[in-house]
Design a protein around this ligand. Structure first.
Ligand code: ADP
Ligand code: UDP
Length: 236
């Protein structure tokens, strides 16, 4: 697999073309951003940890029958993935109240949500990723009704698989964000699953072991990600 020109440089990853028109290389950088890119720092080894973490999780999801972009890890910080036609929405499932939900609705952080909630956000930093619903997605042509249904179905299936995986490692999967794309007409999970895009708390102490450590200036960010990987038995 030959790495070719840069396609896109995002806040945390750089995407490269390859000699295969159906494959891209995702490079996970150490850049860590929060508040729509207002706070940015370099955290040593984060790219490596997230690349391997993402590969571990996507492999588990594939094993559970969820279609993903997964191909192979080709270096510490780079993975080959299927080139998806990305749908510009973020799918968020929450098992416990935290983050923007707490701010928006004034509910108490840590409250268990039964049933888990589902939200769509538009991927648009300039507009601060506004919350949208299925009507907006269809009316503006971001996805069709059956694709919306599939994204919801897969996002909840991911919840079933990962809630258990993390629970077995003594962790609560509080919430997470997924991005999907289309490959040969099929909806697949793209982007990444890492502690940058989810909330994970120690099940006993509720210590935060995810990007909230960065958002809230708690320190020990990459150390926490490594701790999660260790508990999962991921080789990082
Ligand atoms: P952002 O764009 O939010 O700053 P990143 O730095 O993570 O985020 O950039 C990665 C970009 O690559 C995102 O825009 C994401 O939608 C896109 N992307 C992720 N996975 C794939 C894929 N498999 N195929 C095509 N594009 C992808
Ligand atoms: N999230 C993300 N990227 C975003 C927005 C949210 O990865 O652009 C993740 C976030 O890490 C959390 C979940 O989605 O795990 C829900 O985020 P929330 O709406 O609470 O917003 P936040 O407080 O993170 O801004």
């Amino acid at each position: 697999m030959e790495k070719r020109s840069e396609l896109y440089r995002g806040k945390a990853k750089t995407v490269y073309h390859t000699d295969d028109p159906d494959r891209l290389i995702l490079e996970f950088r150490n850049d860590t951003s929060a508040f729509d890119g207002e706070k940015v720092e370099q955290l040593a080894d984060k790219g490596k940890v997230n690349n391997k973490f993402n590969h571990f999780i996507m492999s588990k999801l594939e094993e559970a029958g969820i279609p993903t972009q997964l191909d192979e890890c080709i270096s510490d910080t780079e993975s080959v993935v299927k080139k998806l036609d990305m749908i510009p929405v973020e799918c968020v499932v929450r098992n416990y109240a935290a983050g923007s939900l707490v701010k928006r609705l004034g509910v108490k952080e840590g409250m268990e949500l039964s049933p888990p909630t589902f939200e769509f956000f538009l991927k648009n930093d300039a507009l601060h990723d506004p919350m949208i619903n299925e009507y907006h997605i269809q009316a503006f042509g971001w996805a069709k009704a059956e694709q919306i249904e599939k994204m919801k179905e897969l996002t909840f299936k991911v919840n079933d698989v990962l809630k258990k995986l993390f629970a077995d490692a003594g962790l609560l999967l509080v919430d997470y964000k997924l991005e999907f794309g289309v490959f040969n007409g099929e909806i697949m999970l793209g982007d990444e699953f890492s502690p940058d895009g989810c909330r994970l708390w120690d099940a006993e102490t509720r210590e935060k072991l995810d990007k909230d450590r960065f958002r809230q200036g708690l320190g020990g960010v990459v150390e926490a990600y490594r701790e999660v990987a260790k508990r999962l038995g991921a080789d990082i």
